[in-house]
Design a binder for this molecule. Sequence first.
Ligand SMILES: Cc1cc2nc3c(=O)[nH]c(=O)nc-3n(C[C@H](O)[C@H](O)[C@H](O)COP(=O)(O)OP(=O)(O)OC[C@H]3O[C@@H](n4cnc5c(N)ncnc54)[C@H](O)[C@@H]3O)c2cc1C
Length: 392
Amino acid sequence: MARTRTAEVVGAGIGGLTAATALAQRGWKVRLHERNEEIRAIGAGIYVWGNGLASLEALGLYDDAVVGAHIGPSLESRDHHGRTVERIDINGPGQPRVKTIMRDRLIGALVDGAVRAGVDIVTGSEITSVDPSGSVVDSAGSTVHADLVVAADGVNSKIRDAFDLVEERVRMRQGAIRLTVPRSEAFVAPEDAGRYLEFFSGRRRILYTPSSATTLYVALVADTDDRPATQVPVDIETWARSFPQLETLVHSLADIPARWDTFEFIKLKSWSVGNVAILGDAAHAQPPYLGQGGGCAMMNALGLADTVTLNPGSVADALRTWESRERPTIEHTQRWSYGLRLLNNIPDAARSPLLSAGGRIHRLGRSRLRAAMTTPTGYDRFADISQHRKEA
Ligand SMILES: Cc1cc2nc3c(=O)[nH]c(=O)nc-3n(C[C@H](O)[C@H](O)[C@H](O)COP(=O)(O)OP(=O)(O)OC[C@H]3O[C@@H](n4cnc5c(N)ncnc54)[C@H](O)[C@@H]3O)c2cc1C
C-alpha cells in the first residue's frame, strides 16, 4: 500500500485553508499552522465570483459558505453626478455568477471543512523557517519534515522572502478602508438597495456592497497620499464632501471599526523551491478591482492539490507542472486588476464617457479573464480525479 504523504501548510487564510482541505480530501495527512491564537477574518464582505464559488463546490463547502450571502442583480458604476455609466448584469442565465459573503462566514465554512477533512489545525504556531526539502521550524524551535510545504502566509510572506523569490512587488498608490454597517433604506434609492454600486468622485471611490440581508460592506478607495481620505476612523466630512449623494451612508460610518490596506501587486520568479509551494497573496497579490484575490487563491490551491496528487513521483516536479498550468490564468487576472487602477487617475469628465462606452467586463465577454472568473482550472481536474477514483 502506498505511504500516506504529508503536508505542512503555513497560514490559515483563504489560500491556506483551501489548500489544506483539498489535500486532506485527496488522502494527504495535513497539518495547518496559523500564527494567531484564533483564526479570524476581518470585518468585511467579499465578492466570490464563479471561480471561487466553483472552488467551494469542489470542496463540498458551497452550501455552508453561502448561507445568508447576498446575490445582487447587477454591478453598477456611478459617476460624480450619481449617473450610472456602466452596468453589468450578473447572476442571470449566461451572466457572470457572483455572491457577496461576510468574510467570517467564508472563513468559518473553510475551517469547518478543514476539520471535517481531518486537517490538524494548530493555532498560535508561527513558522520561522522552511527548508526546500520540506523541513519546517516553528517559533518554539520544533522541526518537522513533510513531503510538501505550502506557504500561504500572506502578502508579507517571510517564507517567500527567505527564498528571495520576488521578481516584482508594487506597493500601489491606492488602498481602501473597509468596514461594515447595518443595511438601511436611507442609504440609497429603493431600487438600488440590492445592487452592487461603485461611486466615483475625483480620485476616490466608494463601493457599496450588500453582503447579507442585514449587513452592508463599504469600501472607501483613495490614494495613499490623500491623508484625510485614508484616516481611520473615517473622516466623515471629507468623504461626505466628495459624495454628497451618499451623505447618510457616509455619516453612518462614524466611529465604526475600520481598517486601511494599501493595495499590492506581487509577481514571483517561481512559485516553488524544491518541495515548498508559495500560494495566495504571498505569490500573486493583486489590487481588488476585480474582487479576485481570494478566488485566485482558492482555485490555485485546488489546482495544487490535484497536481501533486495526480503526479505521485517527485513533489518538486509536480509543483513545476502546477505552476506551468495555473500561472498564465492567474497572471492574466492580475494584469487586468492592476490595469483597472488607472480608472482612478482619469479626470471625472473623461472617465464617464470611457466607462459608458466600454463596459469593462462586457468587453471581456469571451476573454480568458471571463474564463478565469468562471471556472477554476483546479476544479476541472477535481472532476478528473473524481472520475479517476470511480474507475479505480
Ligand atoms: C480592500 C480589499 C478588498 C478585497 N476584496 C476581495 C474580494 O471582494 N474578493 C476576493 O476574492 N478577494 C478580495 N481581496 C483579496 C483577498 O482578501 C486576498 O487575496 C485573500 O484574503 C488572500 O488570502 P491568503 O490566504 O493568501 O492570505 P491571508 O488572508 O493574508 O492569510 C495569511 C495567513 O497566514 C498567517 N501567517 C502569516 N505568517 C505566518 C507564519 N509565519 N506562520 C503561521 N501563520 C502565518 C496570517 O496570520 C494569516 O492568517 C481583497 C483585498 C483587499 C485588500
